[in-house]
Design a protein around this ligand. Structure first.
Ligand code: IMP
Length: 176
């Protein structure tokens, strides 16, 4: 794949699979007897959501939500908007937001406010990655896959100028 040779593996396919299995088992236990709606934040969380859902042993439903943050590729401006809304109301539902990465926290802080106003029964966050060094607004995520250092990561859904989402592992750009 174009550019893949510039990447070092940060989280391997094997480690992703193992950790996502653990997260799925945890969610299955925590939500036993309920039917949560999984809200996938497009597009970065697509691959994570697809693998996570197959590890959740519950009658889930899936919806998607498009978000965009004005700013360049590596820094969020803090101005966030919904580019594609959910297809169904979430009133009285148990919502699990599935996100690729919590970086500054601005996107999720905005999204949480927006979705809470729709009166779900409960709302929690499941993020594959967390970069605590970059926090501008602390958001409480109940489920975190991996806590990582302040490096720009790509692959497994995360993009570099819209490319590299289909790299199967989470990588870091060498010398970046
Ligand atoms: P926020 O800064 O927490 O609002 O993150 C906003 C979005 O920026 C995330 O959902 C990702 O799509 C993107 N993002 C943040 N850090 C990275 C990264 O290291 N690689 C690729 N995308 C990133």
């Amino acid at each position: 794949m174009d550019g893949i040779e510039k990447l070092d593996v940060l989280i391997s396919v094997k480690d992703l699979k193992r950790r996502i299995g653990e997260l799925g088992a945890e969610i299955s236990r925590d939500y036993a007897g309920r039917e949560p709606v999984i809200v996938c934040v497009l597009k970065g969380a697509l691959f994570f959501m697809a693998d996570l859902c197959r590890e959740i042993d519950l009658p889930i439903t899936i919806d998607t939500l498009g978000m965009s943050s004005y700013g360049d590729q590596t820094s969020s401006s803090g101005v966030v908007r919904i580019t594609q809304d959910l297809s169904k109301p979430i009133v009285d539902r148990d919502v699990i937001i599935v996100e690729d990465i919590i970086d500054t926290g601005l996107t999720l802080a905005f999204l949480l406010d927006n979705l809470r106003a729709r009166k779900p029964r409960s709302i929690e966050i499941c993020s594959l990655l967390h970069k605590p060094a970059r926090t501008r607004i602390p958001v409480q995520a109940k489920y975190i896959g991996f806590t990582i250092e302040d490096r720009f990561v790509v692959g497994y859904g995360l993009d570099w100028e819209q490319k590299m989402r289909n790299v199967p592992f989470v990588g870091v750009v060498r010398d970046a």
